[in-house]
Design a protein around this ligand. Structure first.
Ligand SMILES: Nc1ncnc2c1ncn2[C@@H]1O[C@H](COP(=O)(O)OP(=O)(O)O)[C@@H](O)[C@H]1O
Ligand SMILES: [Mg+2]
Length: 330
C-alpha cells in the first residue's frame, strides 16, 4: 500500500516563501508509485492542507491528521521542508516525536543545538574545527560597541543568533555602523551574534545518510556578486555563481568532506544536511550547518546530487526511506 507523506512547508520566518517552493519541489518529485503526498502549510497556529481546487482542510493538531470527505488521513512520515522556525529548530521534531510520527530531518536536540549559531560554534570548536571568534548579545543586555570592536575587530558580521537565508545579517566595516547592525539583527531574534570576518572562499558540502550509508555530495563553491552571500545573492538569479565541483585542491576537498562527515556523526545528524565553510589561507573555518537545506530547483543540494548522478527524486526517496527505517528501529 502507498504511504501517506505530509510535506510540511511555510513556517514562521523570513524563509516562508522559499520553504513553500522547497515543499512544492518535494511534492513534484515524490515517487507516486510509493507515496501519496499532501503539502501541509504551517503558519503560526494555522496548519492546513490545500487541495488542487483550493479547498482548505485544517489539521487536527492532537494527532496531526486531516479529514477529507469524511475520510481521516493519518501520515506515515513527514517530510520537513520548513527552513527556520519551527521546522529547523527542533520544535516540530519534538511535536512529531510525541506523536511517534517519523520525519526526515535530524532529531530535536540536534536541530535546536545547530540552529543556535553560538551554541553550535562552541560545540564545533570543541570538536577541533576552526570557527570565527564571536560574542553573543542578549536583548536588553548593555553593551559597548567599542568594546566589541576591540575584541572582534572590523570588519565583522552581525547576525540574529537563530536565523537563516541571511535575513537580518550585516557586514560591518565601520564602527559607526555597528549599532544599527545590532538593532537590525535584534528585529529578527532576541540574541545577536557578532562574528569576526573570515576572508576567503565560501564552500559547502551536502551529506545524506540513508539506511546507515553516508553519501557525501560534491563540494560547491559560492561566489557572490554582492558584498557577501546575502538574501539577494541567494535568491536572485545571476547574483551568485555556485560552482560544483568547487575549484579547490584535492587536499582541501578531502579535508572538507572528512570534516563534514566527522561533524555529521558528532552532531548526531540524520537525513539531508549541508555544512558551510570559509576557506582562508587553506584553513577551513566552519560557518554553519543547515539541517533543512533548500530544495528548490535552484538550490545547492539538488545540483550537487545531480553532479553525482543522484536525481532529486532519488534524494527525496532516500530521505523518506531513511526516516521510516530509523523509526522502525526505535
Ligand atoms: N564570519 C563570517 N565571515 C565571512 N563571511 C560571513 C561570516 N558570517 C557570515 N558570512 C556571510 O554571510 C552569509 C550568511 O551567514 P550564515 O551564518 O550562513 O547565516 P544564514 O543562516 O542566514 O545563512 C554567509 O553565507 C557568508 O557569505
Ligand atoms: Mg548560511
Amino acid at each position: 500500500m502507498k504511504k501517506n507523506i505530509a510535506i510540511v512547508a511555510g513556517g514562521n520566518s523570513g524563509e516562508y516563501e522559499i520553504s513553500i517552493q522547497s515543499g512544492s519541489v518535494v511534492e513534484k518529485n515524490l515517487d507516486t508509485e510509493l507515496y501519496n503526498s499532501y503539502i501541509i502549510v504551517i503558519k503560526g497556529s494555522d496548519w492546513y492542507y490545500l487541495d488542487k481546487e483550493g479547498n482548505r482542510f485544517d489539521v487536527d493538531k492532537n494527532e496531526f491528521s486531516i479529514i477529507i470527505q469524511g475520510e481521516k488521513i493519518i501520515f506515515d512520515c513527514v517530510f520537513i521542508a520548513i527552513h527556520g522556525t519551527p521546522g529547523e529548530d527542533g520544535k516540530l521534531q519534538g511535536y512529531f516525536d510525541l506523536l511517534a510520527i517519523p520525519y526526515t530531518s535530524c532529531d530535536q536536540t540536534t536541530c535546536s543545538l545547530t540552529f543556535n549559531k553560538s551554541f553550535c560554534n562552541r560545540i564545533v570548536y570543541s570538536l577541533g574545527v576552526n570557527t570565527a571568534k564571536s560574542i553573543l548579545l542578549y536583548k536588553n543586555q548593555k553593551y559597548k560597541t567599542d568594546g566589541i570592536v576591540d575584541e572582534i575587530k572590523l570588519p565583522c558580521f552581525v547576525k540574529p543568533n537563530s536565523g537563516g537565508s541571511s535575513v537580518g545579517i550585516t557586514k560591518v566595516e565601520k564602527m559607526e555602523n555597528l549599532q544599527d547592525a545590532i538593532k537590525t539583527a535584534f528585529k529578527e531574534d532576541d540574541e545577536v551574534i557578532v562574528e569576526e570576518f573570515i576572508d576567503g572562499t565560501e564552500i559547502t558540502c551536502g551529506i545524506i545518510k540513508s539506511k546507515g550509508k553516508v553519501y557525501v555530495l560534491p563540494i560547491t563553491e559560492i561566489v557572490s556578486k554582492k558584498e557577501f552571500f546575502d538574501y539577494d545573492a541567494k535568491y536572485t538569479p545571476g547574483m551568485a555563481d555556485e560552482i560544483t565541483p568547487a575549484r579547490i585542491s584535492e587536499k582541501t576537498e578531502k579535508e572538507c568532506k572528512t570534516t563534514s562527515v566527522y561533524l555529521y556523526e558528532n552532531l548526531n545528524c540524520s537525513g539531508l544536511v549541508r555544512f558551510d565553510y570559509i576557506l582562508h589561507d587553506e584553513l577551513l573555518y566552519f560557518l554553519e550547518v543547515n539541517t533543512v537545506p533548500g530544495l528548490t530547483e535552484d538550490s545547492i543540494i539538488p545540483r550537487q546530487a545531480k553532479v553525482m548522478g543522484i536525481s532529486i527524486r532519488q534524494l527525496i526517496t532516500m530521505a523518506i526511506e531513511d526516516a521510516l527505517d530509523r523509526k522502525s528501529k526505535t
